[in-house]
Every structure is written in structure tokens, then in C-alpha cells.
Design a protein around this ligand. Structure first.
Ligand code: AMP
Length: 620
């Protein structure tokens, strides 16, 4: 196990780690920001105006595919919603099925498929993954700090919500890589917020804390236990559709009623709607420090006082307290066991929020730091610890290169990411791709590239004796167990039948620090090319599955479809077959979308007919 430090611009291995600046990044749903350590203090970096540290997490594609990020992109949200992507964090590592379940509404186009493949966002005739879009935001932040410090920056710590799963964390790492950043650590947002308040910085500290995070569109509460410098998330709770925007909406609704304005007028007249939204947010912010607000919205004078505002938002604040109660009960704790409460997110500036949270937890809350910046500041502190600048904190051993297995099309599926603390254990479930498949080859690789061919093979084995089942039914669990000496045990088992097989390999064997540095440098330099190949292979895999389903569908429903429907389905399937042979992933995606659009209503009809038949045949 080792800790390496390389200069990504020229590939040299650095002996002296101290001079490295590793930045902390808060990649948020609404806003993102970057921070670093300067003379022992964490500082958030502002833009050219020297004031605003927040970069709106919005990406706009203008005609000719010029990309704008941040405030410049936000200006297009109303005018060109279909080319302006916001809230991309909600889509990170998510499949179409996940999104359908969440029933979310977004202003831009997401292809409507009910599959397990990862979502893509369509902008004109191009398709983007959430990873690519997040990478654009990260690249903007990288640019911002490079301009401020006047030096290249290549290493970062990025924060994610505590509830992010493995796929969402991996997607965040990939976005960093694509933006030219070596992501040394993915840190939980509540952990970063605690570090910003200096909690958990000393080894002998033992504390239980609650982090209350109320932003513009989301609410999270996390309960953490800190012991010996280790942060453990005991529970998380919250509401992904509750935040300051709802406060604004409550104010607008109140005004509409107060001034006898038709609600529909605001939806029909976007400019009027926008002017009310701006006034409502201004009123809310004003009432954080004053008792009375007077302004104008759409030519109408609007008023609101603090007491009125507080009664409007009380139900929303109460909802967050229910989540706090649930989080405590999941952690099997009572309020008196919480040592500190930390406030995160712009909406915690509302005095009524602070008062309610403080009353609920029966203590003063930590609110001295800027609630918009606190997560990024904590990430910068974590980055500084990793850079070795905080001598009091011991550095834990980490795995220097990612470990994973080969999946369809020669892609690397990382199971234990690089820089994970060891010992470590991680696993994932897979299935078969062919009907009746009895054996499954498990090939274990080490490295950062997207194609296994570019990585280092550690070993392979075959899981034999899977009972014959249709493709997609077997549940094959692969577990990676990495001990403190770098010995990796890989276990594969088919969960339905219990067949099992495993190997042991030495992950650190025969690889020098220079080789590691080169592999890492290659991965960052080739990130864009790798991602293009990955996107093409993934589109092909997905298309092949869809072609198989379409063929099956035609066979099974020959009597339900009329001639025109059958011919058109065959035509569209053949067009997709043709597209799969080519190298253009956007063409494959477009062909898939067309086939899906055409066959979805047919599939619904076929399902209704089949259910009808089944009910008819059933004796009651
Ligand atoms: P965040 O997502 O953490 O950036 O939070 C943004 C939310 O905080 C938005 O809903 C803002 O309107 C809200 N916010 C920002 N400043 C204030 C303030 N002074 N008082 C009340 N709410 C605020």
C-alpha cells in the first residue's frame, strides 16, 4: 500500500507532497463551489466579481454546441429550458427505472425508457450522460481556482450526500476524472460540514452529531458518530423535493390569494411568473434580517411581514422535524444524545428554521459559518489532511489503484475504487446475458482506464455449475475483500443455487510507484477518449438488448399487432441493427429512442389484451 503523488501535467512523481494544493469541491444540486486552504484557513473561491463563491449547477448548450456553465447558463433556464440542464446531481448514477420511480419532473428531455440502463439527457440530436454534464461544472470550478491561484490544479476531494450509493459515488469520481481531476477521496457532505466546524479533527474525540441541511430544493438530515477520527453515518433521512423553493412558492400562493390574482396567469405568462418568484425570494431573504417586506411583482405592490411568513412556512419546517425524528429513531438515539447540531444550506438562514431546529434538539445550533460554503470548506480541510499538511492526523493506508472486473464488451467495472481505505470490502450483483448460461468467467483487473485491455490483469476464474435459467434471472454476487497487506480475495456466488468459487491475488505485487503514476496519468489524459468508447459500447449493449426484446415481442404478439404496426416495428428494429454496426453512439441512441417511442403504446396494448385473456381464462 502506498500513497503516491504525481504531477498530472508532466507525469513526474513528486517526492514532496506538501506543496500540492488539493482542493475541496461541493458539487451541489443547485450550486457548486470550490475551496482550498490558505495559511491554515479554508477559503471558498469567488468568481471574477470577487464576491460570489457559488456557481449555479447549470449547463447550457447554445447553437453550435458552445457550452456555458454557471450564471451564464442560468440566464437561459426560462428562455431555452430544453437546452439548459439543471439539477443533474439528481440523475447521477441513476437508471431510467430509478427516475421513473421517483416521478420527477425536469424541464429538459430524458429518454423515456423503463430499463436498468443509466439515464442520458437529450439536447438537440446529441445525448449526454449526467457524468459528462457534471464534468462540465467541475471543469468550470477547476478553471476558477486555477485562475485565482495562477497554477494548475489536478487533485480534488469531492463531496456527495451521505445516502449516495456506490453507483452515484462512482459516477461522481468519473465526472472528476473527465474534468481532468484526480479525485483523491469522495467525502460525505455531513462529514465535511463537521470538519469545517472543527469537529472530528482530534483523534481522541468521541461525539454524536446531527447535520441539518436545507438547501433550495432538497432537505437532508444525517446523524453521525465520530470516534478516533472515523466518521460513521448512523442514519440519514430527508425529502428530495423540499427546500427554500417551496418557501418561495408558499409566499407566491399567499400573494395570489391576497391580491385576487388567477393562479393560471402565472403559468401562462412566464415573465409574470418569474417576477413573482424573484419578489418572493427577495421577501424571504429580507425577512431573515427584517420584520417587514414591501416590493413589486408584475406591477403589483406586494407586502409580507415576518409573522405572516413564519406561519406560511411552519408546515414545511414541521415536515423537516418529522424527518429529524425518524433519523434519530433509525439511529436508535434520543435527542439528548446529540452533542452538536450543524446547519448547512442557504435556507437555514431563515430564523424560524434555526429556532425550530434548536428547540427540537434542545440546544444552540452551529451556524457561524456561511451555510452555503460550509461543505466545500470542510472538503478543503479533508483535502489538506490528505496532502499531509496536518501532522497530528494519522494517514490511513489506502489502495493506490482501482480494482474491478471485466463486464460486457471489455469494460472495466470498478468494485473497489482507488484511494479507498484498507482493509476494504465491496461487492456487486451481476446476471447472465444468454439463456441457459452455465458458466461465468470472472476476470479481475487493476487500473483506472475504462477498458480492461488498458488495465493490468490480476487473475481470472470460472464460476461453473450455474443451473440453466433464462438470461437475466441468475443473481451472481461478486465480493472483493482487500486486506491490510493488499491481498485481494474475489468470491463469486450464484445466490439462487449457492454455487461458489473464489481466488486470491496480490494486488500490489510487482508494480512500482512509477508504474502507478504512469497508469494514473494515462487514465486522466485519456479520460475523454475512454468515456467515448465506454458510451459507444454501452449504447451497443443496450441496443442489442432492445433488439432482442423487440424480436421476442413481435413473435409473441403476432395476433395483436396489425400489418402496418408489424412492418413499422421491423423497419425500426432493422434501422437500430444498422446503427449498432456503426461507431456513432448518438445515432444508436436516436434509433433506440424511435423504436421505443413507437413500440411503447403497442406494448401497453398487448399487455392489456394479455391480462384480459388471463382474467377471462380464470375460474372464479
Ligand atoms: P443552497 O441550495 O444551499 O444554495 O440554498 C439555496 C436556498 O437558500 C435558496 O432557496 C435561497 O433562496 C435560500 N437562501 C439564500 N439566502 C437566504 C437568506 N438570507 N434567507 C433565507 N433564505 C435564503
Amino acid at each position: 500500500m502506498a500513497k503516491i503523488s504525481i504531477n498530472l501535467s508532466d507525469g513526474t512523481v513528486k517526492q514532496e507532497e506538501k506543496k500540492d494544493i488539493i482542493v475541496g469541491i461541493d458539487l451541489g444540486t443547485t450550486n457548486s463551489l470550490v475551496a482550498y486552504m490558505e495559511a491554515g484557513n479554508a477559503v471558498a473561491v469567488s468568481g471574477q466579481d470577487g464576491k460570489n463563491t457559488l456557481v449555479p449547477s447549470v449547463v447550457h448548450f447554445s447553437e453550435g454546441d458552445t457550452v456555458l456553465v454557471g450564471d451564464a447558463a442560468k440566464a437561459f433556464l426560462l428562455k431555452q429550458p430544453q437546452n439548459t440542464i439543471y439539477s443533474v446531481k439528481r440523475l447521477m448514477g441513476k437508471s431510467y427505472q430509478d427516475i421513473a420511480k421517483a416521478g420527477q419532473y425536469l424541464g429538459y428531455e430524458i429518454i423515456d425508457e423503463d430499463t436498468e440502463s443509466l439515464v442520458k439527457i437529450r439536447v438537440r440530436d446529441k445525448f449526454y450522460s449526467p457524468v459528462e454534464l457534471s464534468a462540465k461544472i467541475l471543469a468550470e470550478l477547476k478553471n476558477r481556482i486555477e485562475n485565482t491561484l495562477d497554477q494548475p490544479i489536478s487533485k480534488a476531494v469531492i463531496t456527495v450526500p451521505a445516502y449516495f450509493n456506490d453507483a452515484q459515488r462512482q459516477a461522481t469520481r468519473d465526472a472528476g476524472k473527465l474534468a481532468g481531476l484526480d479525485v483523491l477521496r469522495i467525502v460525505n457532505e455531513p462529514t465535511a460540514a463537521s470538519l469545517a466546524y472543527g469537529i472530528g479533527l482530534s483523534q481522541d474525540e468521541s461525539k454524536t452529531i446531527a447535520v441539518y441541511d436545507l438547501g433550495g430544493g432538497t432537505f437532508d438530515i444525517s446523524v453521525l458518530q465520530i470516534q478516533g477520527g472515523i466518521f460513521e453515518v448512523l442514519s440519514t433521512n430527508g425529502d428530495t423535493l423540499l427546500g427554500g423553493d417551496d418557501f418561495d412558492r408558499a409566499i407566491i400562493d399567499y400573494w395570489l390569494e391576497e391580491y385576487n390574482i388567477e393562479k393560471n396567469i402565472l403559468t401562462d405568462n412566464k415573465e409574470l411568473g418569474q417576477s413573482f418568484r424573484i419578489a418572493a425570494e427577495e421577501a424571504k431573504k429580507t425577512l431573515s434580517t427584517q420584520d417587514q417586506y414591501t416590493g413589486t411583482a408584475g406591477g403589483q405592490t406586494v407586502n409580507l411581514n415576518k409573522a405572516q411568513f413564519e406561519s406560511l412556512v411552519k408546515p414545511l419546517i414541521d415536515k423537516t422535524l418529522v424527518s429529524c425524528k425518524n433519523a434519530l429513531s433509525d439511529a436508535q438515539l434520543t435527542v439528548d444524545k446529540i452533542d452538536s447540531v450543524i446547519m448547512v444550506g442557504g435556507s437555514t438562514r431563515v430564523p424560524a428554521v434555526k429556532k425550530a431546529v434548536s428547540a427540537y434538539f434542545q440546544q444552540e445550533v452551529n451556524d457561524k459559518l456561511n451555510p452555503d460554503e460550509v461543505v466545500a470548506l470542510g472538503a478543503a480541510i479533508q483535502a489538506d489532511i490528505l496532502a499531509g499538511n496536518n501532522k497530528d492526523l494519522l494517514l490511513i493506508d489506502i489502495t493506490p489503484l482501482s480494482l474491478g472486473i471485466e463486464t460486457m464488451g471489455g469494460l472495466m467495472d470498478t468494485i473497489i475504487p482507488r484511494n479507498t481505505k484498507v482493509p476494504a470490502k465491496a461487492g456487486r450483483q451481476y446476471t447472465t446475458s444468454v439463456d441457459g448460461q452455465k458458466n461465468l468467467q470472472v476476470s479481475v483487473y487493476q487500473g483506472e482506464r475504462d477498458l480492461v485491455a488498458d488495465n493490468r490483469k490480476l487473475g481470472e476464474f470460472i464460476l461453473r455449475g450455474i443451473p440453466p435459467m433464462p438470461a437475466g434471472i441468475p443473481k451472481i454476487d461478486i465480493q472483493f475483500i482487500l486486506d491490510a497487506d493488499g491481498i485481494l480475495t474475489v468470491k463469486a456466488s450464484e445466490l439462487r443455487s449457492g454455487v461458489e468459487q473464489s481466488i486470491q491475488v496480490k494486488s500490489a505485487y510487482g508494480i512500482s510507484e512509477e508504474d502507478m503514476a504512469r497508469m494514473l496519468l494515462d487514465s486522466i489524459q485519456n479520460a475523454e477518449a475512454d468515456m467515448k468508447v465506454r458510451a459507444l459500447l454501452e449504447a451497443r449493449n443496450e441496443a442489442n438488448n432492445i433488439i432482442l426484446s423487440a424480436d421476442k415481442f413481435l413473435q409473441q404478439n403476432a395476433t395483436i399487432l396489425n400489418e402496418e404496426e408489424t412492418t413499422r416495428t421491423i423497419e425500426l428494429t432493422n434501422a437500430l441493427r444498422e446503427a449498432v454496426k456503426g461507431e456513432d453512439k448518438d445515432r444508436i441512441n436516436l434509433a433506440m429512442e424511435e423504436l421505443n417511442k413507437y413500440t411503447t403504446p403497442l406494448a401497453h396494448r398487448a399487455m392489456d389484451v394479455n391480462i384480459g385473456e388471463a382474467i377471462k381464462g380464470k375460474k372464479l
